[in-house]
Structure formats: C-alpha cells, structure tokens
Design a protein around this ligand. Sequence first.
Ligand code: BO1
Ligand code: ZN
Length: 260
Amino acid sequence: MSWGYDKDNGPETWAKTFAAARGPRQSPVNIETGWVTYDENLANHPLQINYKVEPSLLLENPGLSFKAHISADSTITGGPLLNDVFKLVQFHFHWGHDDKTGSEHTVNGKSYPCELHLVHYNASKYKSPAEAVTQSDGLAVIGVFIKVGAEEHAGFKVLSENAQKVKCKGCKCDTGVPFNPASLLPENTSRYWTYEGSLTTPPCNESVTWILLQKEISVSAEQMRALRNLCCDDCGATPIPDNYRPPLPLGARGIKSSFV
Ligand code: BO1
Ligand code: ZN
C-alpha cells in the first residue's frame, strides 16, 4: 500500500516505512508565537524574492495535491538562506474538506483552511532538486497561510479557473496562460517565522529551511471549492481527502522571527 492520508496509510503510519519521519526535525510544527525569538540578522539581511512570470502555467494533479511546475528562473535569497540562491521548482497546496482545518503549520494552535508551499532548492550548492533533497541545507519552502473570505483573490484566479482541467489523479495541463507566482504572495513578505524542518510528505527528508509568512492571503469560498473538487482517483469520483500532516514536536529546535 502506498502512503496517503487515510487511517491505514496516513501520517501516523509514515514512520514505519520512512525512517526520516522518526527524526528530530520533522514538519510541520505549531508556531507558539510567545516562544519565538526575534533575530535581528533576518531584518538586517532581508529575504529577497525574485519571481518571474511563467510564460504558460503548467498544472498537475498528482493524486493527493494540486501542483504547479515552474520553468522560469525564479529565485529567493537572503534572510535565513544567507547568500545562497534557492531556485523555485514547484508550488502546491494542502487543504481540508471545510474551513476549520487544512493548513499543516498552525499558529498558536490555530489552523487555516489552506496552506501554499513554494518549493525551492539550493542552486548555489547542488546541481538538481533530486541532489538537494537529501541535504540538510538543500531545500527552502515558503509557506503562505490561506483563509477564506468574501473577496476573490486575483492571483489565485488562474489556478481556481483551471483546476477543473486536472480534476483526476495523473492529469497534467499546460494552461497556455502566463502566471507570476509572486501574485500568490501577501503584500508584506518581510514578516516571517523560520525554522529547520522537513518535507511534510514521505519520504519526510530533513532538508527544508521553512519560511512561514506571517501575513496570510484570502480567497473566496468558490475559489476554495475549486481545490476541494479535485479528485484522488482517475475517474473523478473521490475527492482528495484532507491532505495535511498534523504538527510534530518542535523538540530542541527554536523558531526565529524576522519581526518584533
Ligand atoms: S512540502 O513542501 O514539505 N509539503 C514537500 C513535500 C514533498 C516534496 C517537496 C516538498 N517532495 C520533493 C520530492 C523530490 C522533488 C522535490 C521538488 O519535491 O521528494 O523528488 O525533487 O519537487
Ligand atoms: Zn507541501
């Protein structure tokens, strides 16, 4: 049986098959804001996000998520990444069947309905994402919390309007529509939390510098429904289940903030 989010193959079972999932720096975690320490180095050497327009947005339904492939030279550097340049490879979402749960990280125990992950690899040190994923400083993921509100999100529109084209597991689609991943970021990216963690899905490698933006974005209920309509089978009969891993212990780790 392959891993998933059901009782018999869900997050509680992953550690049996994937050794890394038993490790000391697993993700996600709960961000207890009272225990976070401000790091002035993060403010003095700001995170720089240099995203480019994708000439044609490529979407995929891998079965348990909704993913976009990146071909443009979009990068981030600075902040906790110091002078290493990390290249954007893909972004994807985690969500719940209703608005009560869905995010992987939580803030003071609070879940958001959805969480966006922009996945980058350390191109200063490694030749490919495949090489980087086994290294402790190999990946950096920007997490954006998503809430559901009255207003439509302009940047999310291309995604929600094209999601139906990859309704079933295994579907890929070249939308032919230009898309800038920066359109999914909140206005303010200077306030974030950061810590050393892992992939939140198997094989759960402990290779991720996490950057969680404090400011969330808001999508409409209809836009959120477009994600919930995606299916985890090849005939479009079964909706993708809640696809978030619950928070793991922080252990000996600390979480730093770029803001007071
Ligand atoms: S996440 O952002 O922590 N949810 C996450 C989870 C799994 C992956 C990436 C991010 N998987 C890895 C694959 C690699 C691939 C890389 C970039 O994604 O294990 O094979 O190169 O797409
Ligand atoms: Zn993810």
